[in-house]
Design a protein around this ligand. Structure first.
Ligand SMILES: Cc1cc2nc3c(=O)[nH]c(=O)nc-3n(C[C@H](O)[C@H](O)[C@H](O)COP(=O)(O)OP(=O)(O)OC[C@H]3O[C@@H](n4cnc5c(N)ncnc54)[C@H](O)[C@@H]3O)c2cc1C
Length: 400
């Protein structure tokens, strides 16, 4: 939609093709229905959030960065607000208000819409794009084609990977498609009693033979069969890649990152003196949520009825280990369909980052999640889609 808006804004006759009855289904879902449309961070910080591929986006961001995107929406009557971690949302808290601006703009610029039309293949002649063919056999001729068909998750929104396959069919290398920003699954039974519990201010460390990854302090959410929440989602892409080489990755949860091992030990000694006649279960209430106390007692193999004045130094050491290094065994992730973003896609090597034009087929451009770029949560993925869309629309229009 942004590509169409930019190309039409530069005076081109533009057709927007969409397989659904209307556009922007995934946009409507984004940010839990509130649409975290961008992030207010500076350019360098933004680029760092793109799992090693940020450099590719430098030109797209220079052409249309987060400030330009925010102005685009504000100038069209959509007030925005910046929330924690510089996440930008519409003041309305409704993603539909973001989509409405785009739809109105498409209408104002007289972009012709073809809904319920699925592009099946590219029409090309002598290495030059000439239009697209649809699944119903009909064709649309065009001097330039911009593919912006999204990733391959939440297929009911329309982005089912068919556009990526189309790019592959016309000769483009497709980097392995895999889930990013996805909840992780742990060994059966490890978190069964913790579903729904959120831990704030914890630190995570991930390890497998020869590799480890540390996080900042943040939040973790236990799910029915594993872990999720911002810290987990951010690391999930890397962990999914590790799990292609090893069977298991160990997740180490530091439940008290603000305290050293010695400080945790002192704290326990003090608490056990204060609550000498209380059961361990009751004495730990200030340190851990109830459900986690039960897990602690199970993991340390203690008798639940044991009193604080019966805790030995060896038992205390076990508890210190639990508090500083509660370990879970990660065995996989939810499937791609349930990932917030698709990793992999059209190879960056075959796209000119200054224009988004294919290096293989003249007049063919790419934008958005179908390209082999993906980022952290925080509005970066939508910003990348808007920026690459804008640049693709501009390049296509200017070379017409
Ligand atoms: C639940 C969820 C929440 C998210 N929240 C956020 C968030 O808050 N902030 C953020 O930055 N990112 C978020 N994302 C990611 C973000 O939504 C995507 O990265 C972004 O929508 C990608 O934009 P796109 O235009 O490339 O693809 P899409 O938005 O997927 O749009 C592609 C369009 O192409 C159409 N299409 C596909 N194939 C064909 C075909 N062959 N022919 C015709 N039409 C076709 C589809 O129907 C679709 O409408 C979220 C993702 C999910 C799943």
């Amino acid at each position: 939609m942004m590509a169409a808006v930019r190309a039409a804004g530069l005076g081109q006759q533009v057709a927007l093709i969409e397989k659904n009855a209307s556009g922007g289904k995934k946009l409507l879902l984004s940010g839990k229905g509130r649409c975290n449309l961008t992030n207010a961070a500076g350019l360098e910080e933004m680029l760092e959030r793109f799992s090693g591929h940020g450099a590719f986006l430098r030109d797209a961001f220079k052409t249309f960065d987060n400030r330009a995107l925010m102005s685009f929406f504000r100038e069209r009557g959509l007030p925005l607000k910046v929330e924690r971690q510089q996440r930008v949302f519409p003041e309305s808290d409704r993603s539909s208000s973001v989509l409405d601006v785009l739809k109105k703009e498409l209408g104002r610029l007289k972009v012709e819409k073809f809904f319920n039309k699925t592009a099946r293949s590219l029409l090309a002649h002598n290495g030059q794009a000439r239009g697209v063919e649809f699944t119903d056999g009909s064709r649309l001729k065009a001097d330039k084609v911009i593919l912006a068909t999204g990733g391959a998750s939440y297929a009911f929104t329309g982005s089912d990977g068919s556009g990526i396959a189309l790019a592959g069919k016309c000769g483009h290398t497709i980097v392995d498609i895999r889930p990013g920003l996805v909840p992780l699954v742990v060994k059966a039974g490890q978190v069964a009693t913790l579903e729904g519990l959120t831990l704030h201010n914890i630190r995570l460390r991930w390890s497998c033979p020869g590799k480890h990854l540390d996080t900042e302090i943040g939040e973790l959410l236990f799910t029915a069969n594993g872990v999720s929440g911002p810290l987990v989602l951010t690391c999930s892409g890397v962990i999914v890649d590790w799990l292609r080489q090893v069977k298991e990755v160990v997740l180490h949860i530091d439940l008290k990152p603000g305290l050293s091992t010695e400080q945790v030990d002192s704290r326990l000694q003090r608490d056990f003196r204060t609550f000498a006649r209380k059961s361990l279960k009751n004495a730990l209430k200030e340190l851990l949520p109830q459900r986690l106390i039960e897990v602690c007692i199970r993991v340390c193999a203690f008798d639940a009825r044991v009193q604080c004045n019966q805790v030995t130094a060896a038992m205390r050491q076990k508890m210190v280990s639990f508090l500083k290094d509660f370990q879970l065994t990660v065995t996989g992730s939810l499937p791609l369909e349930e990932a917030m973003v698709t990793r992999g896609g059209v190879s960056l090597k075959e796209i000119d980052p200054r224009t988004m034009e294919s290096r293989l087929i003249k007049g063919l451009y790419f934008a958005g999640e179908m390209i082999d770029i993906d980022a952290d949560t925080g509005g970066f993925n939508l910003q990348a889609a808007f920026s690459t869309g804008y640049l693709a629309g501009e390049s296509a229009a200017r070379s017409a």
